[in-house]
Design a protein around this ligand. Structure first.
Ligand code: MG
Length: 204
């Protein structure tokens, strides 16, 4: 099982990060040990002083596929979750500046909190029209809608499956909207899809 994360997929976020607009999807992987489920707390690691949240919609792959055409990509998923792509921004900045891979800043233990999954069909959401938000200590800090993605989920699946076989249970983090920011010990986080609270966790 692998976790594929799309970067730079929302224009306003690219503006805040001063990243150029990508011409193809940008992606990286997190190991399965980064997954944090059941609203477990996240323990602030000693190797960063700038832990950031990135709220994202997560798509779960439900069958094996390779070289998937965009028009068939919708048959490879039927559930989504709310996820956080926790990022050690200081380490990421250093990796980027040195032209190094940035796994240490993105793939560390517990860096992928994920809510339960909900069925698109049962919840009534269209994949490219899902509103989601993140509240920190009761204040909304990120609000997004998958309609604002630069690369739609079906294009992402087509692109990624050109390089990697997608397997049942793989998860795709689809990118974060603007409003990313720092976390501190004691912060309470709540993630929403629409009005539904999906995730509730603490930074310890
Ligand atoms: Mg991200």
């Amino acid at each position: 099982m692998k976790i594929i994360c799309i970067g730079q997929n929302y224009r306003e976020h690219n503006r805040e990060m001063q990243s150029a607009e990508p011409t193809e999807p940008v992606f990286f992987l997190k190991p399965d040990t980064s997954i944090l489920i059941r609203n477990r707390p996240f323990y602030y690691p000693g190797f960063t002083e700038e832990l950031h949240y990135e709220a994202e919609i997560v798509v779960k792959i439900n069958k094996v596929g390779r070289h998937i055409q965009p028009k068939f990509a919708h048959t490879y998923y039927h559930e989504v979750a709310f996820g956080l792509d926790l990022t050690a921004r200081d380490l990421q900045r250093r990796c980027k500046a040195n032209g190094h891979p940035w796994e240490i800043s993105k793939g560390f233990e517990g860096s992928a909190p994920i809510s339960r999954f909900i069925s698109l069909q049962e919840s009534g959401f269209e994949i490219q029209n899902i509103p989601f938000s993140l509240a920190k200590n009761g204040v909304v800090v990120q609000e997004g809608n998958t309609s604002d993605m630069i690369f739609a989920v079906n294009e992402i699946i087509a692109y990624v499956s050109t390089y990697f076989t997608l397997k049942t249970g793989d998860m795709i983090f689809t990118g974060t909207p603007s409003g990313v920011g720092p976390l501190a010990i004691g912060d309470q986080l709540e993630g929403f899809i629409g009005q539904q609270k999906m995730l509730s966790m603490e930074i310890r």
